[in-house]
Design a protein around this ligand. Sequence first.
Ligand SMILES: [Zn+2]
Length: 198
Amino acid sequence: MGQVQRPGAGRTASLCTQAALRYPDGPMNAPDLEPTPAGATDATDADEAFMRMALAEAARAADAGEVPVGALIVAGGRVIGRGHNLRERSQDPTSHAEMVALRAAAARLACWRLLDATCYVTLEPCPMCAGALVHARVARVVYGCDDPKAGALRSLYRLGEDSRLNHRFETRAGVLADECAAALSSFFAAIRAGRRGR
Ligand SMILES: [Zn+2]
């Protein structure tokens, strides 16, 4: 009663079945997956180690003249998707780091459900990305610095724990927050200095 009919449900299930057939022992046995960072001995260490990898993605964005935000999708201790902000290069308003990483992970698994995955991202996700993380059914989101102007997990909204939505995930904020914030502030300081120098 009152249930929305979802005619595509069978098709998405079959795509996920294909992923399961391709990786019968689970996606972690898929080829080309990146190993857990060296030295990660417990959950906290692992979060920091993965956040350093997300920071490396953010640095790639800065090198390309993009606002430096980087993201990873990790499942079973392995990186299954990574990305950085590509908004300028792609001229696509949706190509935030988290979206790029989510698309890569879903494509790799041939499955849109990223049920046991954790997203690591250097900046608190915006409403679009937080919504996408809900849609992807991730288990956990770990982010670096807060975004008081657009953050949708803690600063402005709490989309990861909103009981009106059909999925919720755990959030951990503030991992390597100072380094994540410094990447952004030095990028914008360089832009301001460039403008003054003109
Ligand atoms: Zn976003």
